[in-house]
Design a protein around this ligand. Sequence first.
Ligand SMILES: Nc1ncnc2c1ncn2[C@@H]1O[C@H](COP(=O)(O)OP(=O)(O)OP(=O)(O)O)[C@@H](O)[C@H]1O
Length: 262
Amino acid sequence: MAFLELKNVSKSFVSSRSRSTSLAVRDFDLEIAPGEFFCLLGPSGCGKSTVLTMLAGFEHPTGGEIRVNGQPVEGPSKDRCVVFQGDDSLYPWLTAAHNVEFGLRMAGMPSAERRQKVEAALGLVGLSGQGSKFPAELSGGMRQRIQIARALVIQPKVLLMDEPFGALDAQTRHVMQHELRKIWLATKSTVVFITHDIDEAILLGTRVGVMTAGPGGTLRDVVTINIEGERDRLDPAYTRYYAEVHGMIRDEVAKSVRAMAA
Ligand SMILES: Nc1ncnc2c1ncn2[C@@H]1O[C@H](COP(=O)(O)OP(=O)(O)OP(=O)(O)O)[C@@H](O)[C@H]1O
């Protein structure tokens, strides 16, 4: 059963200065089942973030249709939570726990229930006992985990993540990938995850979608990653998937280089 559906979706932007139109995404068709972890890869500028912002309801398709649980997406919803790259969106004047709690407070949840949920969310991201610290007292990786906890605590039906680990150093990134995989195995939320990193996509995704080069990228192929449980870069299956996806990305990058040179 499809939970997220993108049917023949296109998106054009009109420049406010020149009034010219540029195509960001074209004829994008995809169905995502509940509980999937779908990773979207593609060359820079192919339209990955545009797909995500349309799923979030921040932008509207100029063609086609997007449905979540059978309902057309008409705008943002608390059922679809977005985590962006970096940690700029935390409130610096609130503690980590109060940042995580913010959405629950806005929803009017009683304080005892809020505290319990915040503690559980901090535990899920490996930050139990760190709730009284302010963002400035935490490392970049910890701040990013607070962002993820803030999204998880409201138990959204869909978690939309746009390169959430893009700004982290390699070591922290590996730790965060491992933790996100564990969180997803425990919660089985529906996740759409944008990344540039083939390794990250294969470590995390149940399926990996590869987009064609932009401008006006579309979905080229989807690879199902059949590796259960924790994933390991030394697993021969990992290497096979890596080679398959890498081949597709290499072709697409070569096409975009040729198009730029023409
Ligand atoms: N708000 C906007 N207004 C005008 N053009 C936009 C807007 N957002 C995106 N674009 C254009 O749409 C195209 C796709 O951009 P998008 O950010 O979705 O690509 P991407 O695959 O996420 O890129 P990257 O991997 O570099 O982050 C680009 O040509 C970009 O300039």
